[in-house]
Each structure stands twice: as structure tokens, then as C-alpha cells.
Design a protein around this ligand. Structure first.
Ligand SMILES: [Zn+2]
Length: 198
């Protein structure tokens, strides 16, 4: 386990791999290359010149302040970045990698719901789809990574051939406003369902 530490990087043209860190990192070197993996929140201060600093990891927060010049800092998208200050000249801050995905709100897709149909069946199938065309959640207005819609389809199945008799689609739902508790199998009550499909 990495423990909270205070690290200072000094020197010229050094390449340093700090490994798994949390706590405080102060880059005071020149033309150095520094990389680390944040296992918990990190306060990163870049005071030197022409350094290249790369932060990896996920779920933690990097609080960045730069007072040196001509540094380039790259923070993984799966980390939260708070820029506390950039006092220097010609510093660049960018993000790399994939954003951390939110909880998986699609628990049953349409194909899975259909797979549960019997040869002779008259039932309401419930499934969820990703609303990938959405820029933000139209239910709560938040800018969310994952937006899903719940569907209910009334299906009649005869000899395995199925006919859709009715379909209802709920409003957008994202991790911020979902009534569904992520990563726990919690069934909605009838009253909650009606609330969603109203
Ligand atoms: Zn929402």
C-alpha cells in the first residue's frame, strides 16, 4: 500500500517514475520527466521548468497548481482534476486515456429480455438501453457519462414468434438521478415504476 507522502522531484533531465503515490508531489526539476499513479488524492505542484508530468490512476483527485514555466502536465481522464492555479508561462495541461465509466445502468438489454420469452408467452418485458445520442440527462439536466432509458414492452409469443403489442419508454436516467441503486439488485416497486413511466 502506498502511504501519504511528500515527494520532491529535483534535478535536471531526470526521468522519474514515482510509482503509486498519494499525498503531495512537488516537481522542482528542469527538463525532467515525472510519472506517477495516484492511489488517493494528490496535491501536485509543478514549480520547475520544461518538465513533462504524467498522472495515471482512477477515482482520485489531482489538485494541480503550476508556478513554473513551459511544463506539460497530462492527467488521466479517469482522475478528477482541480486546477488550483497556473501562474507560470506557456504551461500546458491535457488529459489522456479513457474516462472512468459510471455504474452500469443497463442491467438487461433487449436481447436478454427476449431470450427469457417462452414458446407461448404473453408478458411485459423490461429492459434498458443506452441513450448514447444524449449530451446530457434530460431528466435531471446533468452532464452524465451514462444515460439510459427504461423500456417496457408487452409481447405475445406463439411458437417462439413474438409480436409487440405495446411499448412504453421511460424518461432519461443517469447515475445522478437513478432510482435504481447501482450494483445492488433492487427491484422497483409498482408505485416507483408508475412514477417513472408517468
Ligand atoms: Zn439524470
Amino acid at each position: 500500500m502506498a502511504e501519504n507522502s511528500e515527494l520532491r522531484v529535483v534535478g535536471t533531465r531526470k526521468s522519474r517514475s514515482l510509482g503509486e503515490v498519494s499525498g503531495t508531489i512537488s516537481v522542482e526539476s528542469e527538463r525532467g520527466s515525472v510519472e506517477f499513479t495516484a492511489t488517493d488524492d494528490v496535491v501536485l505542484t509543478v514549480g520547475g521548468e520544461r518538465n513533462s508530468v504524467t498522472a495515471r490512476g482512477s477515482g482520485s483527485t489531482v489538485r494541480l497548481s503550476i508556478d513554473g514555466d513551459r511544463n506539460s502536465v497530462s492527467i488521466a481522464r479517469s482522475l478528477d482534476l482541480e486546477i488550483q492555479g497556473d501562474e507560470g508561462v506557456a504551461n500546458s495541461i491535457d488529459r489522456h486515456g479513457e474516462a472512468q465509466s459510471g455504474p452500469d445502468l443497463v442491467r438487461t438489454d433487449r436481447a436478454e429480455a427476449y431470450a427469457d420469452l417462452g414458446l407461448f408467452d404473453y408478458t411485459v418485458l423490461s429492459y434498458q438501453t443506452n441513450a448514447t445520442e444524449r449530451e446530457f440527462c434530460h431528466n435531471c439536466g446533468r452532464d452524465a457519462e451514462t444515460i439510459v432509458r427504461r423500456h417496457e414492452e408487452t409481447v405475445l409469443s406463439v411458437f417462439g414468434f413474438s409480436i409487440t403489442l405495446g411499448e412504453r419508454t421511460g424518461s432519461d436516467e443517469c447515475p445522478e438521478c437513478t432510482p435504481h441503486v447501482p450494483d445492488e439488485d433492487v427491484e422497483l416497486t409498482e408505485a416507483e415504476r408508475r412514477e417513472i413511466f408517468r
